[in-house]
Every structure is written in C-alpha cells, then in structure tokens.
Ligand binder design. Structure first.
Ligand SMILES: Nc1ncnc2c1ncn2[C@@H]1O[C@H](COP(=O)(O)OP(=O)(O)O)[C@@H](O)[C@H]1O
Ligand SMILES: CC(=O)N[C@@H](CCC(=O)OP(=O)(O)O)C(=O)O
Length: 264
C-alpha cells in the first residue's frame, strides 16, 4: 500500500488502550504501521487498565470504577504507577526498540509536559491533567524519537496521581495542537442495536450515556474526545487498534471508526 505523506504539519497523538498490551502481535502490527509513516510525527499515549486490574487483584485489592474511572486509594498508587509507568511503559518501549524505532518512555510530569490537580469526583488519587510545557516533546519529535507516554502524573505537592489514559492523550494533544486518534478494542462507538455510529455529537453522546448504551470505559473515552473536540474545534476519531492500517486512511483524510464532533 502506498504510504501516506502527512495530511498537515500536526503531530499525530495515538492513544492505545490496555487490551493491545496483552496481544504482542497486535502491538507489533501497530508499531510497524507507525514506523512506516513518512514525515509524520507520532506520539503514543498508553493506558493499561487490564494490567492494573491484574496487579491489584494479585496484591489482594479490589477495584471499583465510577463512570469508567478507577477509584484510586492512596495505598494502591504504588502498584498502579509501577504497572503503568513501569511495566507497561517499558514493555511498549522495548517492543518499539525491537523494531529499530527510537522510542523514549515518559510519564506526564517529565519535562513538565502536563500538570495535574486532584479530581473533584471523589475518586481518591485520580488526577485531572492540563497541558503545560511542550519543550521536551518538541525536542524529541524534532530529533525523530518516538515518545511513548504513560498516564501517571503528579500534583503540585509532588504526589503521584492516576490519570485516565484517554484524558492524558487529550492533554498531550492540546499541548501539541495535534491530531488525536483514540484506538481501542472495538471499531468505534456502537448504538443501542450494536451498530457502529460514524459520527457522534454532544447531544447524541449524552443521550446514549444516559440510556446506558455507552458505558464503562467507553464513557470516559467519549467524554475525553468531546472535551478535545470542543477545545480544538475539530472532530476526534475513535477506532480499533485491530486494524492499524486505518491510521493511513485517517492521514489520507478518510473517515475511520466513530468521529466525535465539536458542538456547533
Ligand atoms: N456504546 C459502546 N460502543 C462501543 N464499546 C462500548 C460501548 N459501551 C461500552 N463499551 C465498551 O467499552 C470498551 C472500550 O473501553 P475500554 O475497555 O476502557 O477501552 P481502552 O482500554 O481501549 O481504553 C469496549 O470494549 C466495550 O466493551
Ligand atoms: C483514573 C483511571 O481510570 N485510570 C486508568 C489509567 C489506565 C487507563 O486509562 O487504561 P486504559 O486506557 O487501558 O483503560 C486506570 O487506572 O485504569
């Protein structure tokens, strides 16, 4: 397939969800597509919720989620940060390195990229991220490194916080005024009859959330995409990492997955 030249000068922020991390071949296929992109800066932001689930349960903790966000008691932060900023981040960097990509593993506080405040939703040590300083990412992108960023951040007080990885990707996207692609294990948002919805606006999303058609992790993802779409005034794609060649279609200006639209 002819590989795309970049659609514009914007970097592309790609967020990958947890389940891809348990499928080495899928991660490798995605990284291979990223490596093949010509003249297109890419920044990867990753979650790893399923890895966190496993590590917490091995340590004897139970976990609770509210609207797709993990309630994070202080005593679980060590395991969560170890899983996301440690094990998961380093595994993705290693997979990229094995494909001769020059990957650099980071978390949100590196280079003061993103600062966090404590969420007011009574979720414990969950952080709300906001974009701060792009100097580190600008330097890495200019030097052709592939930044791979975990969703562990920190508060002004120096304490670590757990940030939903879709929210983390939105903050990085705002930092770089980048294009954003949220890749997950389904090819977009489904309606009440299980059909994929090509385009979704604020009102439709709220109604599907209220009806429980959009639930769990997809709620956090759609809310994060709406936040980015409204601030950046452009639509945000939610698609599947199971078909990474879709990235090339996206860069060629085609619609993939579900497009989350800014409100008019
Ligand atoms: N309306 C919906 N359309 C598609 N997926 C949905 C919907 N509602 C809930 N989901 C669930 O959300 C999941 C994706 O969210 P999540 O597991 O948090 O992904 P990730 O780890 O990639 O961030 C899907 O696998 C699906 O089970
Ligand atoms: C606050 C919060 O929910 N943090 C998430 C961070 C990881 C994440 O978002 O992973 P996925 O992208 O794989 O879902 C968590 O603890 O699971």
């Amino acid at each position: 397939m002819a590989l795309s030249k970049k659609l514009n000068n914007k970097p592309l922020v790609i967020k990958i969800g947890g389940a891809i991390l348990e499928k080495a071949s899928a991660l490798q296929s995605l990284l291979t597509v990223i490596a093949s992109l010509q003249n297109q800066a890419v920044v990867l932001v990753h979650g790893g919720g399923c890895v966190v689930d496993e590590m917490l349960s091995q340590a004897g903790f139970t976990t609770e989620k509210k609207h797709g966000l993990r309630v994070t008691p202080q005593e679980q932060m060590q395991i969560i940060s170890g899983a996301l900023a440690g094990s998961v981040n380093k595994s993705i960097v290693a997979a990229a390195s094995s494909l001769n990509m020059h990957a650099v593993g980071l978390s949100l506080s590196d280079g003061n990229m993103v600062s966090c405040t404590l969420s007011e939703k009574d979720l414990g040590m969950v952080g709300e991220p906001s974009a701060q300083c792009s100097k580190l990412l600008d330097s890495l992108i200019n030097a052709n490194f592939l930044p791979i960023i975990s969703s562990i951040g920190s508060l002004k007080s120096g304490e670590l916080v757990n940030v939903n990885a879709d929210d983390a990707a939105v903050a990085i996207c705002k930092l770089l005024n980048a294009e954003l692609l949220l890749l997950t294990d389904v090819n977009g948002v489904k309606d009440g009859s299980g059909q994929y919805i090509p385009s979704l606006n604020n009102e439709q999303a709220s109604s599907l959330i209220d009806q429980g058609v959009i639930a769990g992790g997809m709620t956090a993802k759609v809310n994060a995409a709406l936040n980015a779409a409204n601030q950046l005034r452009r639509s945000i794609a939610v698609a599947s990492w199971q078909s990474p060649e879709q990235i090339i279609h996206l860069l060629n200006g085609e619609n993939i997955g579900t497009r989350i639209q800014p409100s008019s």
